[in-house]
Design a protein around this ligand. Sequence first.
Ligand code: SF4
Length: 179
Amino acid sequence: MTDLEKLKEVALACGFSHVGNLDVDTVQVRIEVRDACAVDKCHAYNKNWVCPPACGTLEECESTMRKYKMGLILQTTGELEDSFDIEGMEELQKNHSQNMHDFTDKAKELYPNSLVLGDSACRYCKDCTYPDAPCRFPNRQSPAMEAYGMVVSDVCRDNDIPYYYGPGTLTYVGCILVE
Ligand code: SF4
């Protein structure tokens, strides 16, 4: 069993619904995705160490990302009662965050230099220290895939893993890049 396959087993044990291989060469970085951060729909812009502007320019983020060659896509899929099921969406996002948190702890033991990217601002701590104090856990933080200019659905498509699992479902996505 390869190290990546072992990591995949770790990810599934942490609760992710689906895990697929990620070839970093397939990832395209889009400036418009990164520019959307400043619109602040997710209320994280300038509020977290791993979000713009603190995370550095898109070019700097891409340069970091291109040091890696492969990784895993990590998905948490759930079913909603209907498209207005906000409670269900929040519960699913909470589950995904917990999966990411548990997985990050375990993955960093196997790959200390890996890069973990999530679906939003880093939620490793209840409250981010930004900007008043340094990051509490620099080796555990997880930037959003969008902060790296990634279109999440494209990353899934280009790596042959579904993003949509049918009517009434919702999927949160993260990834890990390893050297
Ligand atoms: S690990 Fe904590 S302090 Fe560091 S970016 Fe994440 S939430 Fe903020």
